[in-house]
Design a protein around this ligand. Structure first.
Ligand SMILES: C[S@@+](CC[C@H](N)C(=O)[O-])C[C@H]1O[C@@H](n2cnc3c(N)ncnc32)[C@H](O)[C@@H]1O
Length: 322
């Protein structure tokens, strides 16, 4: 019998923008698909089914609990598949450097329901649990360590930058005061400190008062933005000409990185406009599938509120001209 945390549950992750992802990646039999954020395997199962038993699935996730879901997928979908455990910001560059090539790459960023709904993982402000937030539990730094050891300046900076938290300064100061007496160990202690640090009306405003600080800590603990910045060029390098990339982000920081990357690689000539002929020789490396990100329908958000902030951007790798 598997330990409780490894049991798939009824709250398994519902894949977000599933039809849109399938349409953008347009997987065909015989192709190689990389799902760099395997999670509970929702998207992977759909993409693997599109291979119709021919082709390969390479799954990546830094969370070891993904293995149980991967084994379930292997039992249910006839596909040649491998699961690589690790940070996609490291694994994708390694695969690219080793000459592994793919026809479709998916990044569905952030945390999954299997992480959010397990209070013991410490991602949720809704339940009192150890202040952890590591996607990879073998990693050393936890949210508690960060909250107990980082300077007020650094904490304030991440709350502001990664959480867009208006009361970052007040919360940073309150954390410093409390931790002198009692270091933080649990999510509930942090939630209470945040609530006490912000003005009363703000406690009832835009969502849960701890939402933005928890997002900021999660991004910092898992170094999420750095991973994304490392992953995107590697994903593009891995793609064969005509290969497709799809990225789902859940907040503006991620989306800005994805959008900036697609814009930069989509640009052709970078010579100043007054140059009579091109001297840079720069050619577009990809073509963005659409200008604006694809958002979930109202019906999807009603059925799965976690989809509300999702934005999908997709691109096709340019055919090589040589
Ligand atoms: C939103 S979930 C993906 C859910 C999946 N698409 C599904 O349908 O079940 C994101 C997953 O990506 C993983 N993840 C996030 N950042 C990662 C990273 N830098 N490297 C590897 N896995 C990562 C998380 O552990 C989580 O399982």
């Amino acid at each position: 019998m598997l330990p409780n945390v490894l049991q798939p549950r009824a709250t398994d992750h519902v894949p977000v923008l599933a039809d849109e992802v399938r349409a953008c990646l347009a997987v065909r039999p015989g192709e190689t698909v990389v799902d760099a954020t395997f999670g509970a395997g929702g998207h992977a199962a759909l993409l693997a089914a599109d291979l119709h038993g021919r082709g390969k699935l390479i799954a990546i996730d830094r969370d070891p609990t993904a293995r149980t879901y991967f084994e379930r997928l292997e039992r249910n979908v006839p596909v040649s598949a491998r699961l690589l455990r690790g940070d996609f910001g490291v694994v994708l560059p390694q695969l690219a450097d080793n000459g592994v090539r793919a026809d479709a790459v998916l990044l569905d960023l952030g945390v999954s329901s299997m992480q959010l709904d397990r209070p013991e993982r410490g991602f949720s402000y809704a339940a009192d649990a150890p202040l952890d937030m590591r996607m990879d539990p073998t990693q050393e730094t936890t949210a508690a360590e960060l909250v107990n050891t980082w300077s007020e300046r650094d904490l304030t900076m991440i709350f502001r930058r990664y959480g867009e938290e208006r009361y970052a300064k007040q919360i940073g100061r309150a954390i410093m005061r409390r931790r002198k007496e009692h270091p933080f160990a649990r999510t509930g202690e942090l939630v209470d400190t945040i609530k006490a640090a912000i003005p009363a009306p703000a406690r009832f405003g835009d969502g849960h008062p701890a939402k933005r600080v928890f997002q900021a800590l999660r991004i910092a603990v898992n170094d999420e933005l750095r991973s994304l910045e490392e992953a995107l060029p590697a994903a593009l390098e891995m793609l064969r000409p005509g290969g497709r990339l799809a990225v789902i982000s859940f907040h503006s920081l991620e989306d800005r990185i994805v959008k900036g990357f697609l814009r930069e690689r989509e640009r052709g000539c970078t010579c100043p406009p007054d140059f009579p002929i091109c001297v840079c020789g720069h050619e577009p490396e990809l073509r963005a599938v659409q200008r604006r990100p694809i958002r979930p329908s109202e019906a999807e958000v009603a059925a799965n509120p976690r989809a509300a902030s999702a934005r999908l951007r997709a691109a096709v790798k340019a055919e090589s001209r040589s």
